[in-house]
Design a protein around this ligand. Structure first.
Ligand SMILES: [Zn+2]
Ligand SMILES: [Zn+2]
Length: 340
């Protein structure tokens, strides 16, 4: 049972998820090179070791939960939020000044390839397209379910990413409300509009980044990729679609195809500049009823995990970033130019 608790002073929310540390972990710090790993539940041929699939991309004629798939979505066996909460609403009332509620939702795993390696940066283009199409379609599906207020789509890669398995996979976690991260963006975008007349703060920032240019890594037909002005961590990147849409669920097929080429190329550039870098990828999607669709503009964030927060970061609430985003963008641009 997952509880959302709020700090009585700051109001900062945390999820208390008992028992999640029981999940299996590979612990190895070296990225695998073999295409099969006998103990991996996500490898092709181990379908019986996972919960039954929720969605699949596979050639016609394949039996469910058998080999022969290309991308496979399953429920997470160790969910951050549970779909069926036993005793939901029965949380014994917490006395003032404490605040806690039981939250339920969905936690899915998108297994990106039947093979144990390579990882997303090195998947063939047509496979990356399948992965992103599945992620978009699952986001769309989850946002349409009753009681879903937001979807967080993410991928952990590498030993410092917080992930527990190497086999390439993305995850989706829903909450009944907006996440604090989306709330902060929505609040910030509203504040932005008080100071300027634009309707979409995200587009205004993209325009400003594009015209400045120093933090831009690449501009494609449908996307802008840049190191944000106030990057919290070294080599942080944001990818924003040129066309306005409130959610990744709205991404068109041409956008998905273009992103499937762009994103791995950005990851390869990062891994060339910082070999072995762990990272997290994140796409936040609010449900339509939770935000004004003209005011939220979806985007993908890449957070390399090269440093751990120290006492000053935690104590001050400030991230110390030792790589200015202008430098990060220049190095990543140079790497992309060198390779392609
Ligand atoms: Zn595997
Ligand atoms: Zn917009």
């Amino acid at each position: 049972m997952t509880e959302l608790r709020r700090d009585p002073i700051t109001g900062r929310a945390v999820l208390i998820v008992p028992g999640r540390n029981a999940r299996p972990s590979e612990h190895s710090t070296v990225a695998p090179s073999a295409s099969r790993e006998p103990d991996c539940p996500f490898c092709e041929g181990c379908e019986s070791k996972t919960p039954a699939e929720l969605a699949v991309i596979a050639p016609p004629g394949r039996e469910p939960n058998s080999p022969g798939w290309q991308v496979r979505t399953i429920p997470n066996r160790f969910p951050t939020v549970e779909t069926e909460v036993v005793g939901s609403g029965k949380l014994s009332p917490v006395p003032f000044p404490f605040d806690a509620e039981v939250v339920s939702g969905h936690h899915e795993v998108v297994i990106e390839t039947p093979r144990h390696s390579p990882q997303l940066p090195y998947l063939p283009l047509e496979q990356a397209v399948r992965v992103l199409r599945m992620c978009r379609d699952r986001t769309r599906h989850l946002l349409g379910l009753e009681g879903v207020g937001s979807v967080t789509l993410f991928e952990n890669s590498g030993p410092e990413s917080g992930g527990s398995l190497w086999h390439p996979h993305a995850q989706l976690v829903t909450l009944p409300s907006l996440t604090p991260a989306i709330e902060e963006e929505v609040r910030g975008a509203a504040r932005f509009r008080e100071q300027s007349s634009v309707s979409c703060a995200f587009e205004e920032v993209s325009r400003a980044e594009a015209s400045d240019g120093r933090r831009v890594v690449v501009t494609t037909r449908r996307f802008l990729a840049f190191a944000p002005f106030a990057s919290a961590v070294p080599y942080e990147l944001r990818v924003v679609p040129m066309a306005h849409a409130p959610s990744f669920a709205n991404a068109t097929d041409p956008e998905v195809e273009e992103l499937a080429a762009l994103l791995p190329s950005l990851l390869r550039a990062l891994l060339a500049v910082v070999p072995g870098a762990s990272y997290n990828l994140v796409v936040r999607s609010p449900a339509a009823k939770q935000v004004d669709p003209d005011r939220y503009h979806w985007h993908l964030d890449l957070y390399p995990r090269l440093v751990r927060p120290d006492g000053f970061d935690l104590g001050s609430g400030l991230n110390v970033n030792t790589v200015p985003p202008e430098v990060a963008a220049e190095l990543l641009r140079a790497e992309r130019g060198a390779k392609r």
